[in-house]
Design a protein around this ligand. Sequence first.
Ligand code: AHM
Ligand code: MG
Length: 337
Amino acid sequence: MVPRTKIVTLTQFIIQRQSEYPHAKGALTRLLNDIATAAKIVNREINAAGLVDILGSSGKENVQGEAQKKLDVFANDMFITALKGGGECCAIASEENEKVISFSNEFSELGKYVIAMDPLDGSSNIESNVSIGTIFSIYRRITEVGGGTIEDLLQPGVNLVASGYIIYGSSTMLVYTTGKGVNGFTLDPSVGIFCLSHPDMRFPEISNIYSINEGNYIYFPEAVKQYIKYCQQDDESSGRPYTSRYIGSLVADFHRNLIKGGIFLYPGTKKMPDGKLRLLYECNPIAFLAEQAGGKASNGFKRIMEINPQTLHQRAPLFVGSRRMVEKVESYIQKYA
Ligand code: AHM
Ligand code: MG
């Protein structure tokens, strides 16, 4: 291993950032640490998949009617346990639970924050050893006393205090923003510590990847079909044809596009006018990261972060990534509207 001359751990980094806010009492620091702790345990279990009995279906369905994997259930339980025990969070909305999980014990009801999360995103990829992720959104609560409620969770993305993801890939990374840029930390598995490896992440100027499930082409709106055609045209000056890359795991697709430059699209279709991805715990947290990295996130007509959520599991079409690419697809969508 190449020796490192300087190590900044996730905890050190958060504390340094927090010192810029003289009135902060460390609650967000503890909350992010709770998330990191749960992530390490989930990571350990993912790494052992195939050796221990954690692969396959749990035999149950979530509120979306999707089959829950054993690892979905494990990750959900782990994040809930860590966040409940940490005392900074008074409620959680999770992809795996129909209703808000409200913490109304003496300890947690004092928590100032609520979290919306997808504990294990892309779980259809678990069995085939493809990258999966955890996505989280952190909001300041609106209600003042008791356990958190749905009102605390139904906030637009513009109210986000922090968001991020953990990618369980060829290495495990935690990437987050508190509205002052995006920073990425790689887990050093030998010591179990996240270390700053990707400071101030930005979409590169030159972006030429488009990511969409083209198997659904027949159901796409005309605007999206035309945009795909545009991506595939030969035009040297704009670097086309673009490269097509699709993993089928939002965190992994977004992460690659953030590093290499590109756009991720999950449009609405005739069958599913609002697409597949959930606003609160998939679209919004990724949108906040995208904007903080100099990119853009849109439903085709407006900023994802400005959509006012009506229900916990509501969906939204998502076009996210390098700014110019998102603006291009918006121009197609608005032209064909
Ligand atoms: P999940 O939350 O049930 O795992 O579904 C979300 C995932 C995203 O990670 C990914 O972008 C998308 O579903 C892929 O959907 P599709 O298989 O329709 O392309
Ligand atoms: Mg998901």
